[in-house]
Design a protein around this ligand. Structure first.
Ligand code: ASP
Length: 309
């Protein structure tokens, strides 16, 4: 087995349609993705764990206002923010998740606190925020999460809903961030964080914090972080389906992930994609929509970032 590390990240399948993308915006996305890869690389190159690398990468993605998570999260129909996040350690399938929270600057830190400081897997509401305070996690006022672009998207979505003209523009509707990694010791980890879908009902929870749907890791098979229409990813139990195809049917990561994204999800209103890595460090990043903000970094090699096909 290789002892090289590898990292993949995504900034969501809610990409700007190519017609709306300017060279300056495109450059800003690539630069942001490169900064995030550098944050993960700093951990892995120092022999850090896959768990610490995905935490560092998702923290950096949450801090980037360009992406729908943390600062830059989309609004609910009530003009609030409700964020979901999960982290899974491929060693022993340890997992932590939070749903519908607003407060922690980095929701992925609270997901990790659920995993490391409690006997639970998923927490919501005041209890989750109490854990954040106990764990000394940085908290922000709601205004921190505001971005003008997401506010405009909400107003546009509400107007189109009222007029009955709502279309399928992925950039306005959704987005998510995530990372998967393999460290030099062969451990896998995955983390995902999101504001969810623009104008979602308060209380709606997507696939990102649901272990086996939008986030998954097991050292024996793969680590996965998904992005797209969360309800479809939950119904197809997308990440677990890939694990099961590898574990029970002997499929390769690439074949299993391709099938789930291009056949299962595509046939069931599951527009989106995912990033996945296996224990050999193979990375695959299939999507069935216009694009997915994404990047990869391999031990000793230059970082690569991409948006469209
Ligand atoms: N999967 C996320 C959700 O449903 C949204 C996205 O990735 O675009 O909350």
């Amino acid at each position: 087995m290789t002892n090289e590390f590898a990292l993949a990240i995504h900034g969501g399948a809610g990409v700007l349609p190519p017609a709306d993308m300017t060279p300056a915006r495109e450059a800003a996305y690539h630069a942001a993705l490169a900064r995030v890869l550098a944050a993960g690389e700093a951990v892995l190159a120092a022999d850090g764990t896959a768990l610490d690398a995905v935490t560092a990468a998702v923290t950096a993605l949450e801090d980037e206002p360009l992406f729908n998570a943390g600062h830059g999260a989309v609004f609910t129909r009530d003009s609030t923010h409700e964020m979901d996040a999960a982290i899974v350690d491929g060693q022993g399938r340890r997992a932590g998740a939070v749903a519908g929270i607003c407060g922690p600057r980095n929701p992925v830190h609270l997901a990790r606190a659920v995993m490391e400081r409690t006997d639970h897997v998923m927490m919501i509401g005041d209890g989750a925020l109490a854990l954040a305070r106990d764990a000394g996690i940085a908290l922000e006022e709601p205004g921190y999460f505001f971005t003008q672009e997401r506010w405009n998207s909400l107003q546009q979505t509400l107007r189109m809903q009222a007029e009955g003209t709502l279309d399928d523009d992925p950039a306005r509707r959704h987005g998510t961030v995530g990372a998967v990694a393999r460290d030099r010791a062969g451990n896998l980890a995955a983390a995902t964080s999101t504001g969810g879908m623009t104008a979602k009902r308060a209380g709606r929870v997507g696939d990102s914090p649901i272990v086996g749907a939008g986030t998954f890791a097991d050292n024996a098979t793969c680590a996965i972080s998904a992005t797209g229409d969360g309800e479809a990813f939950i119904r197809r139990v997308a990440a677990h389906e890939i694990d099961a195809r590898m574990r029970l049917a002997g499929q390769s990561l690439t074949d299993a992930a391709e099938h789930v994204v291009q056949v299962d999800l595509a046939a069931h209103e599951g527009s989106g994609g995912l990033i996945a890595i296996d224990r050999d460090g193979t990375i695959t990043m299939p999507f069935n929509c216009a694009g997915m903000y994404r990047g990869t970094l391999r031990d000793g090699q230059a970082a690569q970032t991409a948006i469209y096909t």
